[in-house]
Ligand binder design. Structure first.
Ligand code: ADP
Ligand code: MG
Length: 264
C-alpha cells in the first residue's frame, strides 16, 4: 500500500505519433517519488520531456505506459488537487485579476462568500493587493505571473506544477520571484514541481533536482540539495559543486577539469 500524500511516478513512458515517421519517445521509463511538501525541480534541455511529464501528472493525458499515483491512486483526469502555472500567464484579457483567479474555482464546492475570501487571500499571498480590479494589460510581466501563481494555488491544490514560470521574465524580476516562490512554498506547505532549464534556479529553489536528457527524453540523475533553503549563496563553493554535478549529468561539462587536460 502506498504512503498517503505521496506522488509516485513509476516507469512512465510516453510516445507521440508523428505522421510519416516512427513514434517519438518523449519520455522513457521515468520513475520519481515526491514526498508531500517537497520542492522538486526538473531540469534539462529543450525536448527532454519536462512538459510531457507535467502534463501527465496534471492528468491532461491518460495515454501513457507505467503508473502515476497520488495517495496510491492512479491519476485519472485533472483535479483541483493539482494546479499549474505556465511560462505565459494565460490570464484572460477581458477579465479582472480577481475574476481570472476565480475561474480556477469553477468546479469548487466552496460557498460563494468563502470563494471570495479565498480569492482575496491568494491575491494577498502573491503581493497583488490593490490590483483586484486590474486587467492583465495593466500588470507588468512579473505581476501577471504572480497572478497566474495565485490562480494555480486558489483551489488549494496539494501539488503546484510550474512549467518554466519565470522563463519570460527579465533577470532581476526573475530573481525576485524565485524568492517569492520560496516564501509562498513555505506559507502554503504545497508540494512544488518546477520545470526550468536554469540550473542555478533549480539549486536555489528545490530540495531535489531531477536531471533529464533528450533523445529519448529520460531522467538521468536525481541530485539532493542539502543546503538550507533561503540561505543558498549562489556563489558559494557548495553551490558551485552541485551546479557542476548537474551540468555533468546533463552532458554540458566534462566530469572534472583534469579530464579535460587528459584529453588534450
Ligand atoms: P520539454 O518540455 O522538455 O522541452 P516536451 O515534453 O515538450 O519537452 O517534448 C518532448 C518531446 O516530445 C519533444 O521532442 C517534442 O517535440 C515532442 N512532443 C511534445 N508534445 C508533442 C505532441 N503533442 N505531438 C508530437 N510530439 C510532441
Ligand atoms: Mg517544455
Amino acid at each position: 500500500m502506498a504512503e498517503p500524500g505521496r506522488l509516485e511516478v513509476k516507469a512512465v513512458s510516453k510516445s507521440y505519433a508523428v505522421p510519416g515517421r516512427p513514434r517519438l519517445d518523449a519520455l522513457v521509463n521515468a520513475s520519481l517519488d515526491v514526498e508531500p511538501g517537497a520542492f522538486v525541480t526538473l531540469v534539462g534541455p529543450s525536448g527532454c520531456g519536462k512538459s510531457t511529464l507535467l502534463r501527465l501528472i496534471l492528468g491532461l493525458d491518460k495515454d501513457y505506459e507505467g503508473d502515476i499515483l497520488l495517495h496510491g491512486e492512479r491519476i485519472a483526469g485533472t483535479s483541483l488537487s493539482r494546479g499549474i502555472v505556465f511560462q505565459d500567464h494565460r490570464l484572460l484579457p477581458w477579465m479582472t485579476l480577481e475574476q481570472n483567479i476565480g475561474l480556477a474555482l469553477t468546479n469548487s464546492t466552496l460557498p460563494p462568500e468563502q470563494q471570495r475570501r479565498t480569492i482575496q487571500s491568494h491575491i494577498d499571498l502573491v503581493g497583488l493587493q490593490g490590483f483586484e480590479k486590474a486587467y492583465p494589460h495593466e500588470l507588468s510581466g512579473g505581476m501577471a505571473q504572480r497572478g497566474a501563481i495565485a490562480r494555480g494555488l486558489v483551489g488549494q491544490p496539494e501539488i503546484l506544477l510550474l512549467d518554466e514560470p519565470l522563463g519570460a521574465l527579465d533577470a532581476l524580476t526573475r530573481v525576485r520571484l524565485q524568492e517569492e516562490l520560496l516564501r509562498i512554498w513555505r506559507a502554503e506547505g504545497v508540494t512544488m514541481i518546477l520545470v526550468t532549464h536554469d540550473v542555478d534556479e533549480a539549486i536555489f529553489l528545490s530540495d531535489t533536482v531531477i536531471v533529464m536528457n533528450a533523445n529519448p527524453g529520460r531522467i538521468v540523475k536525481q541530485v539532493k540539495v542539502d543546503l538550507p533553503p533561503g540561505l543558498r549563496d549562489r556563489v558559494s563553493p557548495a553551490f558551485a559543486a552541485l551546479k557542476r554535478e548537474i551540468l555533468v549529468a546533463m552532458g554540458e561539462v566534462v566530469p572534472h577539469a583534469a579530464a579535460q587536460l587528459a584529453e588534450a
